[in-house]
Design a protein around this ligand. Structure first.
Ligand SMILES: [Fe+2]
Length: 248
């Protein structure tokens, strides 16, 4: 297809994060995971996001059995504090909260109990896999979630090294309705060149649906802002690869 041929070779107009409108993956809620540490830090970063034209942000703190046992209570409490601080700072972004769920047995228990935080118009649930080895029954767990009427999003597929040389599983999940969300910093080689190459491959193969900042702190924010200079980002925007704004 001709548009694919030109996908990573030309970019005339400067691409902008503003066109994304919505970030669906972020760690702005302070003090409850490995993201922002203080309200001041969160508000400072969100101001920068607003300045580049982002309009809507979903806060997705980690929920993991081992390290981050967040619940609806811990997350909503942090969310209310952040909203108050944003109001005080005169910052007007549309904010939502959900979570980034590591697919493990704890997640499966939450599905059984119907305690899943979701967002957007199709009950979107953001999930992630371990970077070392995926949980053995992850496909089954994804199915279970889909059968309950949720739309599953898999975060940063480009970062799972066990898929770097074989895309079969990723293709299968995508075919079965799992939406794939790349991290914007991946396009700047923030995680190294192998991940950068992988993200470009996945976009070229039509396996990517969404983009997220996965912003934890200022370093991530800098990488996200810098992605606007990347040709691959410009072309992905030009060909509407990222459907972020359609989720609400
Ligand atoms: Fe994340």
């Amino acid at each position: 297809m001709s548009f694919l041929k030109g996908l990573f070779t030309s970019s005339k107009n400067a691409p902008s994060l503003a066109e994304l409108e919505t970030d669906i993956h972020s760690h702005f809620l302070p003090g409850i995971d490995d993201g922002c540490k203080t309200l001041e830090e969160s508000v400072g970063l969100l101001k920068q996001y607003s300045n580049v034209g982002i309009k809507r942000v979903v806060c997705t703190p980690h929920i993991q059995k081992e390290f981050y046992k967040n619940t609806k209570e811990t997350i909503s409490k942090a969310f209310v504090s952040l909203q108050d601080a944003m109001k005080e700072a005169g910052l007007n972004l549309e904010m939502y909260y959900a979570a980034e769920y590591l697919i493990d047995d704890h997640f499966e228990e939450l599905i059984e109990k119907d305690e899943i935080l979701h967002f957007g118009k199709s009950r979107f649930v953001l999930t992630e896999l371990s970077y070392f080895t995926p949980y053995p029954r992850y496909k089954e767990i994804i199915k279970k979630l889909q059968n309950k009427g949720y739309t599953v999003i898999l975060a940063h597929p480009e970062r799972y090294s066990y898929w770097h040389y074989n895309l079969d599983t990723l293709k299968e999940l995508h075919r079965d309705g799992v939406l794939m969300q790349v991290n914007l910093p991946s396009l700047t080689a923030y995680y190294g060149n192998t991940v950068r190459k992988q993200v470009i491959t996945l976009i070229r193969k039509g396996l990517i649906d969404l983009a997220g900042g996965d912003i934890h702190n200022q370093r991530y924010m800098n990488a996200v802002i810098n992605v606007q200079k990347e040709k691959a980002f410009g072309n992905a925007m030009k060909y509407n690869v990222f459907k972020n704004k359609l989720l609400f």
